[in-house]
Design a protein around this ligand. Structure first.
Ligand SMILES: NC(=O)c1ccc[n+]([C@@H]2O[C@H](COP(=O)([O-])OP(=O)(O)OC[C@H]3O[C@@H](n4cnc5c(N)ncnc54)[C@H](OP(=O)(O)O)[C@@H]3O)[C@@H](O)[C@H]2O)c1
Length: 249
């Protein structure tokens, strides 16, 4: 039988109310998984929940930055075969405008929250043997851009976190990998667009031989990393960029 499916797997997805997390939840469920959705916005999370194919799915509204919410989320989780850490923010600012508050706004959700969530999940033994964990990095983790000091640094940190997670859990057959997309059409993209002139956005988009990404371009790669088809893959960072970095930047 093909290993390219997610039947009999239960997968938690953070950031499931929007963009990549939302599409991933829908597509993972479509591949046979039981999904557990989480995000803060109840209305938008409910929309994702209603778009899921039929199944024994669960949705838990929580702000994973708040310790009590995180603990409640972990307590309500079933045993998991996969986790997709998709929640994140961009917050672009040149270095001269950085403050402690701005650092916390980005680093707390992009780095500390997934680390503390995975710490709680493993401490409470909610990850099954042979589970697969996916962290969302970005090409910015390895290819920083002006104004992206907090975002790029948080993504570089996530890449290290994913590798350490892989090292600390391979004895249980548990795998951990990162996905690093370039520009994907989501609300985050719309936010990035606001901070640039149309001219510079158009110039940026022209550099994608295969065009900018869609949430489904990312969810398909996540499905592969969650499935047993990737059971020999751990500690990698999979770049998805439509050829953007083919030529030296
Ligand atoms: N879009 C791109 O071009 C792109 C490229 C490379 C990497 N990525 C990465 O991919 C991931 C998803 O990006 P996206 O484009 O799908 O973003 P998005 O559409 O803006 O969605 C972000 C998600 O994060 C959730 N979130 C934010 N703060 C949270 C908190 N404190 N607690 C719980 N959930 C929280 C939001 O839900 P609520 O507001 O409901 O809480 C939302 O569901 C991010 O890690 C991003 O860095 C995106």
């Amino acid at each position: 039988m093909t290993p390219f499916h997610l039947h009999n797997k239960t997968v938690l997805i953070t950031g499931a109310s929007s963009g990549i997390g939302k599409q991933t939840a829908i597509d993972i469920a479509g591949m046979g998984a039981r999904v557990v959705l989480t995000a803060r916005n109840k209305e938008r999370l409910t929309e994702t929940f209603q778009d899921l194919p039929e199944g024994d799915h669960q949705m838990i509204v929580a702000d994973i930055l708040i310790p009590e919410d995180r603990e409640r989320l972990i307590a309500q989780l079933p045993q998991l075969d996969g986790v997709v850490n998709s929640a994140g923010v961009v917050n672009p600012f040149p270095i001269r405008f950085i403050s402690q508050e701005k650092i916390d706004e980005t680093l707390n959700i992009n780095y500390e929250a997934p680390l503390l969530l995975m710490a709680g999940i493993t401490k409470n033994k909610k990850l099954n043997k042979n589970a697969s964990v996916v962290f969302m990095s970005s090409i910015s983790g390895q290819h920083p851009h002006k104004g992206g000091v907090m975002y790029s640094s948080s993504k570089a940190a996530i890449e290290s976190l994913s590798k350490v997670f892989a090292l600390e859990h391979y004895h249980l057959g548990i795998r951990s990998n990162c996905i690093s997309p370039a520009m994907v059409k989501t609300e985050m993209y719309d936010e990035a667009e606001k901070g640039m002139s149309k001219e510079s956005m158009d110039k940026h988009i022209e550099q994608y031989p295969l065009g900018v990404g869609t949430p489904q371009d990312v969810s398909h790669a996540i499905i592969f990393l969650l499935s047993d088809a990737s059971k020999w893959i751990t500690g990698i960072n999979l770049r998805l960029d439509g050829g953007y970095l083919l030529e030296a930047k």
